[in-house]
Design a protein around this ligand. Structure first.
Ligand code: WT7
Length: 656
């Protein structure tokens, strides 16, 4: 982000005070900050009482072996019991856990906590019969259907860490994740509904498993009824083994540090990182933040409009809300199917009170026009949240005015796959929100903006966001790679967690997040690695070299922009660097990683800007992608290369 944008942001002086009734009845009031500041571990002990522990912990935090944390040391609990059984035991079995909304109209299911408990127990019994034991990894590759939640909770109940792979990822991405965590069982479905049609999932599993010989079982939910290939002896229908299984299943209490799940995310190298979350601390962190940031009350209807395949879905569709006994909405499809008012219709029909979504979709709604939501009754909404990337003030104001009726506070929540839970956010009953700022670290969380040397910057200056104290839902390591865990997060600033984000403190000491400072892009609120996309491009036979940069994009936050050098052979075979070739390369990336990684633009160049040590200077390519004057070129090995690249691009444009 340029200095100019920075100073514009900091001239933002609109403030939105919490509504008086919300402030008066808020779950978390100003004194929570005082308590947590004076006794952070005491604060997290109190937060842990939200859960039901089989054995109470002996010590809140063990940080002796930093950066490897243990939270609620010696405590034992079962995550699924906490999310489901205990609510039924408390007499809330009839409460709806999910108002599930399928994409085809009128395809809805309400699932109560009692029904959810039965389904989870049946699935746990079925998985046990299929040989799944405590500690085994199970991969889940599913659409947004209730069985996805059931599968996750059944794994949690057995202490078998799940790894949910986003259904939009390709067979290659699925294969890499299954291999990395050595999953032996995959749970999937024939397909799901997207944009009005049945989209297949099972073929990608079949393709991925050609190279995963250790997977012995594929459990398949029938969702669309489409034709699928079947591997005898390996594939099993969910309805054959789960529906008839016993509804009795005794949950075993696991150590607080027992692995709950692995979620893969992009880093600065091509290899995705398996972020490991464990049981006790993660549940405490997600449950407390969900309750405080959304001021959750018994009669609230909560909707996180995200996919379960991302961490937002794990923390705020599944674990946080269920631990709190919440009634949630879960929606299978896209916002414009069958019409552009689908979300608002869902809110109206289900009387949603709390909405959580990403800036990229808010900007899409802005483009579609305020007259669409205006046709629906959104008056039940009382708090609206944002997550995934910085929300620009314009989108914030539009969201507040047109969705929140100028009344509902916007909570801009900053967190990451690694943090597991929201870390920086307004508290809706306490904080006067500023459009574009995530405001302050939540109680019990310590965030700082530091300079290159790791010293805290003064209000009014920018730097890097770091977290200075451990927190309960923090990642414990990168699956199978403790060294990479230390190198990635704890080496840059001694004793501090480096998040990879730039940030600025304003004069009031409030935090403004400014995006990634490493070679990681944020496209539509999802992290993508430049290197991973470069490797995908280079794996195509016509590409010799590739450089990928994230350039600012009005819709998706950042967009993938690629620069490729083609192989001599590709050019000499008459392979024009024409539109067909570009389309083929875009599809190739989509096949290797998934449609989300498809470059928005691919420019064919004859050389790339490099330093003398051979490192690609992405900053200069970003200048081109963002149509700016190219910046300082003095560290280039060949200072004329940028001129030649620009000439080449201009010549290419004239040809068109
Ligand atoms: C990165 C984490 C957290 C779930 C979704 C993304 C960016 C996230 C905000 C926000 C500014 C944000 C950061 C962060 N980010 N929320 N409210 N304001 N930036 O999870 O894929 O792990 O990505 O998303 O750059 O590091 P993720």
């Amino acid at each position: 982000m340029s200095e100019e944008t920075l100073s514009n942001l900091l001239h933002e002086n609109r403030r939105f005070e919490p509504p008086a009734d919300l402030a008066a009845n808020a779950n978390a009031k100003a004194d929570v900050y005082d308590f947590a500041d004076s006794d952070p571990l005491g604060f997290w002990e109190q937060a842990a009482e939200r859960l039901t522990w089989d054995t109470k912990w002996e010590r809140v935090l063990d940080w002796d072996n930093a950066p490897f944390a243990k939270w609620y040391v010696g405590g034992k609990l079962n995550a699924a019991y906490n999310c489901v059984d205990r609510h039924v035991e408390a007499g809330h079995g009839d409460r709806v856990a999910y108002h599930w909304v399928g994409e085809p109209e009128d395809d809805t299911r309400d699932i109560t906590y009692a029904e959810l408990k039965d389904m989870v127990c049946q699935a746990a019994n079925a998985l046990t019969d299929l040989g799944v034991k405590t500690g085994d990894r199970v991969a889940i590759y599913m659409p947004m259907i209730p069985e996805t939640v059931v599968a996750m909770l059944a794994c949690a109940r057995l202490g078998a860490p799940h790894t949910v792979v986003f259904g939009g990822f390709s067979a290659t991405a699925l294969r890499d994740r299954v291999q990395d965590c050595d999953a032996r069982v995959v749970i999937t479905s024939d397909g799901g509904y997207r944009r009005g049609a049945a989209a297949a999932l099972k073929p990608a599993v079949d393709e991925a498993l050609e190279q995963c010989p250790d997977v012995r079982t594929v459990l398949v939910v029938r969702r669309t009824g489409q034709d699928i290939a079947w591997t005898e002896g390996r594939d099993v229908w969910w309805h054959d083994v789960v529906d008839g299984a016993s509804k009795d299943h005794k949950p075993e209490a696991f150590d607080s540090e027992h692995p709950l799940y692995v979620m893969y995310t992009s880093g600065t190298t091509g290899k995705p990182k398996g972020i490991l979350h464990t049981t006790g601390g993660y549940l405490v962190g997600t449950a407390w933040t969900h309750w405080a940031v959304f001021d959750l009350k018994d009669d609230d209807i909560f909707w996180t409009a995200a996919d379960i395949g991302w961490v937002t879905g794990h923390s705020y569709i599944v674990y946080g809300p269920l631990a709190n006994g919440t009634t949630s909405v879960m929606y299978e499809g896209t916002p414009d199917t069958p019409h552009k008012g689908r979300w608002w219709e869902i809110i109206q029909n289900n009387k949603v009170t709390l909405l959580y979504c990403a800036p990229t979709v808010i900007r899409t709604f802005m483009k579609w026009g305020a007259e669409i939501p205006a046709k629906f009754d959104l008056s039940t909404l009382r708090i609206i949240g944002s997550v995934g990337e910085p929300i620009n003030p314009e989108a914030y104001i539009w969201y507040r005015e047109n969705i929140g009726a100028g009344r509902a506070p916007v909570v801009d929540t900053w967190w990451q796959t690694e943090t597991g839970m929201t870390m920086i956010s307004p508290l809706p009953g306490v904080t006067a929100g500023k459009p574009g700022s995530a405001m302050k670290a939540l109680p019990g969380v310590s965030a700082l903006v530091v300079d290159d040397e790791g010293n805290a910057v003064k209000p009014g200056s920018g730097g890097y966001l770091v977290l200075t104290e451990p927190w309960p839902a923090m990642l414990r390591t990168i699956w199978g790679d403790d060294e990479r865990y230390i190198d990635t997060y704890w080496r840059r600033f001694e004793g501090k967690y480096f998040a990879g984000d730039g940030a600025k403190l304003d004069e009031d000491g409030d935090i403004w997040l400014l995006g990634r400072v490493d070679d990681v892009m944020n496209v539509s609120g999802h992290r993508l690695s430049t290197t991973e996309i470069e490797s995908a491009l280079v794996s195509h036979p016509t590409v010799a070299e590739a450089a990928v940069v994230g350039a600012n994009d009005p819709d998706t936050g950042q967009a993938v922009n690629a620069f490729v050098i083609l192989r001599e052979s590709a050019l000499s075979e008459g392979g024009e660097a024409g539109e067909d070739m570009i389309a083929e390369l875009r599809n190739h990336v989509s096949k290797e990683i998934g449609p989300i990684a498809k470059p928005k633009s691919i420019l064919v160049v004859s050389e790339l800007p490099k330093t003398r040590s051979g490192k690609i200077m992405r900053r200069l390519l970003r200048d081109i992608a963002e149509n700016r004057q190219v910046g300082d070129v003095t560290t280039l090995a060949d200072s004329a290369v940028m001129d030649r690249i620009k000439e080449g691009i201009a010549a290419g444009k004239e040809d068109e």
